[in-house]
Design a protein around this ligand. Structure first.
Ligand code: SAH
Length: 469
């Protein structure tokens, strides 16, 4: 059973400093269940992968284990081969400093969101793919899954409850490891150690800042505590107390304060932006609009008021955001005609999806800066080649304007989930190139009060499909 952590932030070998494990040797750690080895399968400046390999001793486990609450009753089981609470315990122990967010020699990097990729060789998943996605996606992760067959020599046995999983997100390493520490045992049936009161403390400590707003917090709590009803009730009660403190809710789920919202609120940028987009749509003769990365549905609620629109669709990768959008738009209480006009769909801009095509206008408002730049090629094709709306309205922050935000340190982005923020020249160059390649014309508009030197806080690209193309 193995787990791999990969970074491409340069120099990627800094991963060694973040994990406090040298990339240049193999280290072995004795654990209660056997041995854990840490080594690097790749260690270059461009890409570095640390592997945590568990060598579980099933016989020793049975010998040591008691009867009643010990998960292993038999000698033949999946424990040595799957990610389970053993892996969570080994993560927490061997990468203790990284889980706590500390790095002796690279503290600044430990405090910086970086593109991270974790692969788990065999992840058992009670609840299936849907549940797996509902655990990770609301936290902003992207998942690539491969369902494993029970035995490739006997395909007739079919698929097991196991997945090979690749999980990606740009965030603090600490947050990623903490989420894995909690969610891996949640996916698995067994817990190899006694679940007592201190497990509640452990869950609350590691769940701080994200669990109370997670849409699956009940399931996570119950399963982490292995369905011990009284412990789960206690933990859930304490989580709802902390709920109130966690406002405002952030999309990424693990931030106590949505910095972007606070910064931009002062200049009512969000409203100005949405008004501007709605105006463009109102002036057009569009009958259908899809809002890609609709978030909590603020634009959608404006669009619902535009009479000429017959179809308004919101799409987002975060189920939690879609649920909030549904509430905000009062979906269940809308008159039938309005209900027919509005649709909320779960999807990703990284994958070709026929539901996204055939629209007059697609809006992509403050979304591109949340996408991993290395995967931009997929996004670009999904939007310009496959969805191919007549018009695209796209907005993104103008990074030049950031100097005006007093609370933002130099070099800091407006939101910790932003993977990049562009200057006007960068956005315009990218847009012009895509327009040319995919047969669109593009023009640019400032949004918000513009400064003569540094421009406006938001930049808007308006793409129009060239009919001949
Ligand atoms: N357009 C909204 C929300 C912007 S926040 C507004 O202006 O208020 C960015 C949104 O993009 C989030 O809701 C996030 O869940 C969504 N998002 C991020 N990656 C995505 C992807 N690959 N596919 C679709 N939506 C994505």
């Amino acid at each position: 059973m193995y787990l791999t952590i990969t970074i491409t932030h340069r120099p990627a070998t800094d991963l060694g400093y973040l994990l406090h494990k040298s990339p240049f040797k193999v280290q072995t750690f004795t654990q209660s269940f056997g041995k854990a080895h840490v080594f690097y399968s790749e260690a270059t400046k461009e890409r570095c992968s640390a592997v945590l390999l568990l060598d579980i001793d099933p016989i020793g486990l049975v010998r040591r284990g008691g009867k009643s609450d010990f998960a292993l009753e038999q000698y033949v089981n999946d424990r040595p081969y799957v990610a389970s609470s053993f892996l969570a315990v080994a993560l927490g122990d061997i990468f203790r400093s990284a889980v706590a967010g500390r790095s002796k020699d690279r503290q600044e990097l430990a405090d910086t969101p970086i593109a991270l990729e974790v692969t788990v060789g065999v992840l058992p998943c009670r609840g299936g793919e849907g549940f797996l996605r509902r655990l990770f996606e609301p936290l902003g992760y992207e998942l690539e899954l491969e369902r494993l067959v029970l035995d490739s020599q006997y395909p007739a046995w079919g698929e097991g409850p196991y997945f090979k999983v690749c999980i990606r997100r740009t965030c603090l390493l600490r947050d990623f490891l903490t989420h894995l520490y909690v969610l891996i045992p949640v996916l698995d049936n067994d817990k190899h150690y006694w679940v007592g009161d201190d497990e509640v403390e452990k869950l609350l400590r590691h769940g701080e800042g994200w669990l109370s707003t997670h849409p699956e917090k009940e399931q996570i709590t119950r399963r982490f505590l292995k369905n011990r009803g009284n412990l789960a009730r206690d933990a859930l009660a304490r989580l709802s107390e902390s709920d109130a403190e966690d406002e405002p809710f952030s999309i990424a789920g693990n931030l106590k304060i949505d910095r972007e919202r606070l910064l931009e609120e002062r200049i009512s940028l969000n409203e100005t932006r949405l008004r501007k987009v709605a105006e463009i749509i109102e002036k057009s003769d569009a009958a259908s609009v899809i809002d890609l990365g609709c978030g909590e549905g603020k634009l959608l609620s404006g669009l619902m008021k535009i009479k000429q629109l017959k179809s308004v669709v919101g799409m987002d990768v975060s189920i939690r955001s879609l649920e909030i959008a549904k509430e905000r738009l009062n979906f269940d209480r809308l008159p039938p005609i309005q209900q027919e006009k509005l649709k909320l769909i779960h999807g990703s801009l990284m994958y070709r999806d026929s539901r996204l095509s055939g629209f007059d206008i697609a809006t992509v408002i403050e979304v591109i800066e949340h996408l991993d730049f290395p995967r931009f090629k997929s996004f670009e094709r999904v939007l310009f080649e496959f969805a191919r709306p007549k018009t695209i309205v796209m907005t993104t922050p103008n990074v030049e304007y950031n100097v005006k935000f007093e609370n933002l340190k130099p070099g800091e982005f407006r939101h910790t989930d932003h993977r990049f923020e562009w200057t006007r020249a960068e956005f315009e160059a990218w847009s012009n190139e895509r327009a040319k390649k995919y047969g669109y014309a593009v023009e640019f508009h400032p949004v918000g009060e513009a400064d003569s030197a540094i421009g406006a806080p938001t930049q808007l690209g308006l793409f129009t499909r060239l009919e001949a193309a």
